[in-house]
Write a protein that binds this ligand. Structure first.
Ligand SMILES: NC(=O)C1=CN([C@@H]2O[C@H](COP(=O)(O)OP(=O)(O)OC[C@H]3O[C@@H](n4cnc5c(N)ncnc54)[C@H](O)[C@@H]3O)[C@@H](O)[C@H]2O)C=CC1
Ligand SMILES: O=C(CO)COP(=O)(O)O
Length: 343
């Protein structure tokens, strides 16, 4: 991998995915800076090359420079990876935009986060393009797919999709991330890739919840397959290619998130299914559970666009309307009979 030309790449977010992605990029031969807001964690990365709260057993590449200084992090970067929770992206991106306006390095912007912004209901590429003017940045690329940080840290073979309106930008990201255990595909379908990554987190809360309630494999398969139909229906309403949802950022990520105890969304659902209150789960998870705010945004978006998403709606009602889980499941099963394919 060291045959690649060394680029200065910046990762914003020193949580589990940011730390592992920074490590992959550094091991690919690039000069990587990671930005975080927690001084203790940044000091731990610089001094011990670990980030134990977020990712156990990872010895990060010792060339990685960690900083709490956003200006230092983004100045001179060829690309900036946004790997912070969706709801925080706009505020960080606006600060990045102001810095780039003065520095003028015009980096590519890569989102590796998955969610919809509450209130605006925007996808992350929309948040980035609104917050950072086109004159001070390169193209926007979405990097998404089945990739639990814990498994990537172990160099488990992992596949992702790099999606951009500009094929060359997607191919560039493919080139900088790909190595002997990371295989990256490109896609022009930004809307489909982003909506798949966002909605699979909501469905994964449902998958955890049915597990916590004691349902078995048939129910899990039903939830995942009908959940996939819902994300595709939403995507098609916003111009996505329905085939994208059978790809890595749709079905692929749905599989990994709905079937793994590594998933924070699955774990949140599982604990809900066992009767724990949502707020207590969120207060003690210690990491982001993207499906919770995205369930609210998906509820608002599907209502506005008049897209039928009964499973996501049931999960929204459990999370935000205190509807008992079993009652929501019974209501789903009591719906009118219908054909399977109904775009
Ligand atoms: N963990 C994983 O396996 C994967 C996560 N993702 C996505 O990546 C995004 C980040 O997830 P994780 O790293 O797992 O979350 P995490 O909860 O492990 O870490 C989040 C990090 O963001 C930081 N942060 C939060 N608000 C911030 C702000 N305003 N400014 C600066 N930093 C801020 C936190 O301090 C923390 O370091 C999410 O959208 C997630 O869905 C995508 C693929 C894999
Ligand atoms: O997106 C992910 C894996 O691809 C991570 O999912 P969780 O946020 O549920 O852990």
């Amino acid at each position: 991998m060291n045959a690649k030309r060394q680029l200065h790449l910046t990762v914003l977010g020193s949580g589990s995915w940011g730390s592992v992605l920074a490590d992959v990029l550094a091991k690919n031969g690039h000069a990587v800076t990671i930005y975080g807001r927690n001084p203790q964690e940044i000091a731990e990365i610089n001094e011990h090359h670990t980030n134990t709260h977020y990712i156990a057993n990872l010895h990060m590449d010792e060339s990685i420079a960690a900083t709490t200084d956003l200006r230092q992090a983004v100045t001179g970067a060829a690309a900036i990876f946004f790997v912070i929770p969706t709801q925080a992206i706009r505020s960080v991106a606006e600060k990045v935009g102001a810095i780039l306006n003065e520095e003028g390095n015009r980096p590519f912007l890569i989102s590796a986060a998955k969610g919809l912004e509450e209130g605006s209901l925007d996808r992350i590429s929309q948040v980035l393009s609104q917050s950072i003017p086109a004159a001070v940045r390169g193209d926007i690329v979405i990097l998404s797919g089945p990739s639990h940080a814990e498994d990537v840290a172990k160099r488990d073979i992992t596949t992702l999709t790099a999606a951009s309106a500009n094929d060359d930008a997607a191919a560039w990201v493919q080139w900088i991330v790909m190595n002997d255990f990371m295989r990256i595909y490109t896609s022009p379908d930004v809307v489909g890739v982003e909506l798949g990554g966002a909605i699979k987190n909501v469905i994964a809360i449902g998958a955890g919840a049915i597990h916590g309630l004691g349902y078995g494999d048939n129910t899990k398969a039903a939830l995942m397959t009908r959940g996939l139909a819902e994300m595709a229906r939403l995507g098609v309403a916003f111009g996505a290619d329905p085939l994208t949802f059978s790809g890595l950022s749709g079905l692929g990520d749905l599989i990994v998130t709905c079937t793994s105890t590594n998933s924070r969304n699955w774990r949140c659902g599982n604990r809900l299914g066992q009767g724990e209150p949502l707020q207590h789960i969120l207060d003690t998870m210690g990491m982001v559970v993207e499906g919770v705010p995205t369930a609210k945004a998906a509820h608002d978006l599907s209502s506005q666009a008049q897209v039928d998403m009964p499973i996501c709606e049931a999960i929204y009602e459990v999370l935000y309307r205190q509807r008992p889980l079993q009652d929501s499941i019974d209501a789903l099963m009591g719906r009118i009979a219908k054909p399977e394919i109904d775009f």
